[in-house]
Design a binder for this molecule. Structure first.
Ligand code: SF4
Ligand code: SF4
Length: 81
């Protein structure tokens, strides 16, 4: 995906991401306004614990036929081959 396409996907879909209420989503991610990790990959310098992941119930993940989880920690669907 080109950078322009990636940005378009993020702008279009970020409201569909349900990471924010997830117990693993933390202040560092919030401060960076980071969402859609399944597309964008791991959070930059944030440290975190695996306290649960809401991705398996996410409609965006289902719509894209994604199968993985903990994208903020493990990387995007594409990266988690
Ligand atoms: S699958 Fe996870 S990272 Fe991707 S949009 Fe849904 S909640 Fe966000
Ligand atoms: S990718 Fe999964 S674990 Fe990470 S913040 Fe989103 S829902 Fe939570």
């Amino acid at each position: 995906m080109t950078n322009t396409n990636l940005q378009a996907v993020i702008v279009e879909n970020r409201k569909r991401c349900i990471c924010e209420p997830c117990p693993s989503y933390n202040e560092c991610m919030r401060a960076g306004d980071r969402l859609l990790f399944c597309i964008t990959g791991k959070t930059g310098n944030c440290t975190f614990g695996m306290k649960g992941c809401s991705c398996p119930t996410c409609p965006f993940r289902k719509a894209r036929s994604f199968k993985k989880a903990y994208y903020c920690i493990r990387g995007s669907e594409e990266e988690q081959v």
